[in-house]
Each structure stands twice: as C-alpha cells, then as structure tokens.
Write a protein of this length. Structure first.
Lengths: 223, 223
C-alpha cells in the first residue's frame, strides 16, 4: 500500500486541472512520491515548482510515462476523454497498479444537471471494463468539491465515499483519502456502488445551485 | 400549508408499518391532525390508542377514507404494492392534495442491495405519473432510517432531502420534515432529483451492512 515515505509513486493524470492539482498537492504535502501527469509537461513543470512537499519534490511526465512508472494512477480527466486515454495507456500499466477513478460523468446540457448514461452502470465500472484484470480499480474523491482541495482551505470536515473491485483496492484508496486533513474515508463496498456515489455528487451540485453556495459536501451520521 | 393547530389533516397510509408509524407519531406529537390509514382499522385503532398527541387524537381510517379526507397523504407502503393502491385511491383525492412519497424501491435479491429499475426514473416520478395533475407530489423522508423514527430515540441529528413538482409541494414537505426534532430539510429541487435521493438510501443501507450499524444517515456540510 502506498504511504508517506515509500518509494511507490502515485501519478495524477490531469494533475494541472483543478481537481487533479488539489489532490496532487495534498499527496505531495503528505510525503508521497507524486508524478503529475500532463499533456503539457512544460506548463506542468512551472505549475508544480512552488508546491510544498514533505517528501520528494513532485515529478512531471506525460500520461504514458506517468502511468508506466506509477503504482497508483489517479484519473482526474474529463469523463468524455477517458476512452481514448485508457486505450492509449492500457499496455503501459504495471501489473497490480491501482487505478483510482475520481471522475463524475455529469452533463449540464440545457442548464440541467444530469448524470451521463453509462452502459456499464457508472464511470468507475466503465473504467474497469477497459483495463486488464491485473490492474485494480477503486472509486474515490468524487464528492468533495474540487475547489475545496485548493491551497488555503482548512480541514475538509466531511466524508469521502470509497468503493472498489477488491478489499485491497478499497483499503489503498481509503488510506489515500485519510491523508487529506478532515477527510474521513467511508468504504461502501464493491464497484457496483459507484453510481450511487456519482448520484451524491449530482445532489451536491443541485444543492449548491439551489442554495447559492459552492461548498456542499456530505458527512455520514451514526458511523 | 399544513401546520400544528390547523384543521388540515395528514393521512399516513401504511401508518402501522415501522416507517409510517414513526412519522404518524411525530406528526401527532407536533400537533397535526393525523389520520392513520390502514387496511386493518381495528388493529390500527389499538395501535394508536396510547400515542401522545399535542393536538387532536389520531384518527384511523381505511386507505380510501383516509385519502379522501386528507390534505396531505403520505405513502408509506411497500413500493411493490403502490400501483393497485394508486389506482384505487386516484378518484378519491381532493384537488390540491399533496402526496408525499417516502418509499424506497430497494430489492435485496440474492443478498445484494439494488434499486429497482423504474421506467419513470424514480419511485416519486412513478407516483407522479399515476396521479391527476391537480394532486401535487413531493418526495421526502427517504433517507432517515425508519427505526430511528420510533419512540425513545433522541434528536435525529441529520438532514432529510426533499424534492417536488412545485415550490409549494417542496415547502410543504420541508415544513413537515422540520417538525421532527433534529431533522433539517434540504430542498434539492424538482422531482427528477428523486432518484439521487433513492441512491442515498441504498448507500446508507450498504454502509450499515459493511460497518455493522443501523443508524447511517446524512448531513450536508457547507450549507
């Protein structure tokens, strides 16, 4: 399991987008070996230059190189671009790599928030169906608002729902969640729960719009 | 809008089941005029005899009579039995009646928790499609665990998600939610949000099973 101080590396693909950057920054602060995966490594190198890190300074690589070197790969790219990306990356993953899907397949067509229909049931299962069996898949970080991951925000004070295709995938993903201050992982079981988690995100967006906030997130009471 | 002290009546169909009974008891305690709708009014009369009420003592009626006399009708029956029930009741509702769907279309087939596929999208929209336009529909009380509604439990200390087919339906349902100690209504918008709420319930059940508790419920942080 990847943890602060280990030589294992975590790649964050889409690591210069808002969600990916926030996650990569927290992982670096926590002391993980972070590889920021980007289509534009020059820009990415500038971006990560000032990040505080308690472990090794964050590296930068293109998507293929980042995935090939990592033990954990976080998919923080738009859902609509994930199919060609997985096709490109698929031969490069190491056996035993854990892929963490953090995408939410939401559309805002016509001003209405809706989940995109996914034949496999959820974005996470869609990813699972496009990877070899030796690569494990978990789903996490789908409900915490991306902008709250940014520098300067205090403890997140909420729960983050985790599901995955194996006990090991779930515990590794949960351990990563627990690295972020104030974020408690809640294991909800197999990957087939991912759609319910994606619905939670939709609900958070709906609550934000209706109640004119940006910060809606969830806490499980009674646990 | 129905409120403590008004002559408007709220019928709870399935008012002797665990969820319906808990809701009916709280409404009576809060001072609403409550009609417990039951297929077995004799048994129901025995059941309600000892309920504390700050307003009129709870009445008992069969489903048709309860629905015909009520201004708000809570559907606390199993989802699988709702089609024939709505067909039976449909001609008896008063114009302007608010129907509140509290059902969760969950199946436990093969030991796996899953939502029942509903052509209309959700149980709430299924109900909406089977009622005349003059009857309004809201969805509420789907995520608070039924056994926590029972006598003796303290403040619920969580949020309850509300959606509905009109502003009025949502505010009436929200006002009812707010009658229960420690329960905060969170308006999430149109009835098309109901499926996301139903997914939340599935998630709560999954969390309960996995973490060996019965009390999982939700709080929105940042609101």
């Amino acid at each position: 399991m990847i943890q602060p101080g280990s030589t294992d590396a975590i790649a964050v693909l889409g690591g210069t987008g808002r969600q990916g950057r926030g996650l990569a920054q927290w992982f670096a602060r926590a002391g993980l070996r972070v590889i920021v995966g980007s289509r534009d490594p020059v820009r990415a190198r500038e971006a990560v230059a000032g990040w505080p890190a308690t472990g090794p300074p964050p590296e930068v690589a293109d998507y293929v190189a980042a995935s090939a070197r990592a033990d954990v790969v976080v998919l923080a790219v738009p859902f609509v671009s994930v199919d060609p990306l997985l096709q490109e990356l698929q031969p490069h993953f190491k056996d035993g790599t854990l892929v963490i899907d953090v995408m939410v397949p939401v559309t805002f067509a016509g001003g209405k928030i809706a989940l995109i229909d996914v034949a496999e049931g959820s974005a996470a299962e869609h990813v699972r169906a496009r990877l070899p069996p030796a690569v494990r898949v978990a789903c996490a970080f789908k409900t915490v608002p991306a902008h709250l991951l940014g520098a300067g925000f205090g403890p997140l004070d909420c729960d983050e729902f985790v599901c995955g295709d194996s006990d090991e995938a779930r515990s590794s993903a949960s351990a990563l969640v627990a690295l972020l201050p104030g974020l408690r992982p809640v294991d909800v079981g197999p990957l087939s729960r991912a759609r319910s988690i994606e619905h939670l995100t939709t609900l958070a967006i709906a609550i934000n719009r209706r109640h004119k906030t940006h910060d809606a997130r969830f806490r499980v009471v009674g646990l």
